[in-house]
Design a protein around this ligand. Structure first.
Ligand code: ATP
Length: 421
């Protein structure tokens, strides 16, 4: 993991947010290559799940969320994790993630045989939502001024379900997809970008007839596994957890966690959850507005059930980075150690698709041709032009950032082309 983190910084994939000032815990900035990679990932997801399907439409909801929305969904009262503090070193932990009592930083110097573990308080619930106040005149205790940064993109979909249905002329079953930021005040952000306080989700709420929920949950699981293999995360590195009833959200009839073998352990990438009619029923009851669906053919009226494939964009990106990282040992017998870092991205998400490299920069005709090739390719893909240093070094630089294609412009090329044409 350390090697990946270091490459991500040196090559401009990911930086710690606010690094100049010591860093903002749980927040990350994507540098030039990271921004391209993330964009490509989101675009690929959008293309596969929205543009190439007739039964899914997209939306882009606001991040600031009406408190009534999150009260109805149960987040205001219950979106919390159990938190414990060490009474000695004051470190804070998520109680449900502790496998054993951690070692206390303040007790490290104690003599052998003494208890060096933390002295933990009783767990107390800590709400993970970021609250804010809206409007210039908002005074401290005006309850109407309270808004939240959304903790998931899903709720903005549920509250717009009827508007989308009425305006898009979809029929059930159909889905609404969204990619966007979500915020959780995680007690213990960790494992690089894996658990952050600000992150992006790629979610689909798929509305269906109650009879179809279980079947569609299984179908979505297969669909999502296929997606991961297309972006370079092989099936054998993914684990499917059929979440036992006791661990599922109380409204979920079935949940699969898709987990990936990260270097720091097997951890969740995405949840595929059958959320039943829980959310729409709650919003109907709290808003007093009808959210039933009427099927004109069968004359049936019902609250649609929902299957939700919910993926973390940053977690997927981290899995892609882990999977792409490779080292080639090119040490010659008796020679100096020569380990080359290579990123192997699938072309569909690679940050740079092609590098255009004139063999020599002091040959004006090669440079001119290389620039011509670059100009031809640029409207279609992200192109990197590089004429500095020996060609071998330039190839190596592209290996390190995972560029799948290179065009080397050599003197032979015009000669060859003349003959082929
Ligand atoms: P976890 O158990 O890891 O906290 P969760 O089950 O609460 O995750 P969901 O609410 O199902 O997560 O959110 C859907 C997806 O959003 C997750 O599978 C994950 O990819 C992503 N996600 C959730 N929390 C975070 C976070 N703090 N940082 C990055 N991604 C996150």
């Amino acid at each position: 993991m350390e090697k990946i983190v270091s490459l991500c910084k040196s090559k401009g994939f990911i930086f710690q947010s606010g690094e100049l000032y010591g860093g903002l815990n749980g927040c990350w900035d994507y540098g030039p290559l990271g921004a391209e990679l993330k964009r490509n990932l989101k675009e690929y997801w959008w293309r596969k799940n929205v543009q190439e399907r007739d039964d899914i439409v997209g939306m882009d909801g606001s991040i600031l969320t009406h408190q009534a929305v999150l009260t109805a969904s149960g987040h205001v009262g219950g979106f919390s994790d159990p938190m414990v503090d060490c009474k000695v070193c004051k470190k804070r932990y998520r109680a449900d993630q502790l496998e054993e009592t951690p070692l206390c930083e303040k007790k490290a110097q104690l003599p052998k045989g003494e208890d060096k573990t933390c002295e933990l308080t009783e767990p107390k619930e800590f709400n993970l939502m970021f609250q804010t106040k809206m409007g210039a005149s908002a005074d401290d205790d005006d309850p109407n001024a309270i808004a939240y940064l959304r903790p998931e993109t899903a709720q903005t979909i549920f509250v717009q379900y009827k508007n989308v249905l009425d305006s898009s002329r979809q029929k059930i079953p159909f889905g609404i997809a969204q990619i966007g930021k979500a915020f959780r005040n995680e007690i213990n952000p960790r494992n690089y970008t894996f658990r952050s306080r600000e992150f992006e989700q790629m979610e689909i709420e798929y509305f269906c007839h109650p009879d179809d929920g279980m079947r569609l949950t299984d179908e979505w699981l297969e669909n999502r596994l296929q997606f991961y293999s297309e972006i370079g995360i092989p099936r054998e590195k993914l684990h499917i957890l059929d979440v036992p009833a006791d661990d599922r959200a109380h409204y979920s009839k079935k949940t699969y966690d898709i987990e990936y073998e990260f270097p720091f352990g097997i951890q969740e990438l995405e949840g595929v959850a059958y959320r039943t009619d829980y959310d729409l029923t709650k919003h109907r009851d709290h808003s007093g507005r009808p959210l039933e669906y009427f099927n004109p053919e069968t004359k049936e009226r019902f609250i649609p059930h929902v299957v939700e494939p919910s993926a973390g964009c940053d977690r997927t990106l981290l899995a892609v980075l882990c999977e792409a990282y490779d080292e080639e040992d090119l040490t010659k017998e008796g020679g100096k150690t020569d380990i080359r870092k290579v990123m192997r991205f699938k072309p569909c998400i690679a940050p740079i698709k092609v590098a255009v490299l004139p063999l020599l920069k002091n040959k004006p005709e090669l440079v001119a041709k290389a620039k011509e090739v670059k100009a031809l390719l640029q409207p279609h893909m992200n192109v990197y032009y590089d004429e500095a240093a020996a060609i071998g070094r330039r190839y190596r630089r592209q290996d390190e950032v995972g560029t799948p294609l290179r065009v080397a412009i050599t003197e032979l090329l015009p000669w060859l082309l003349a003959r082929i044409v």
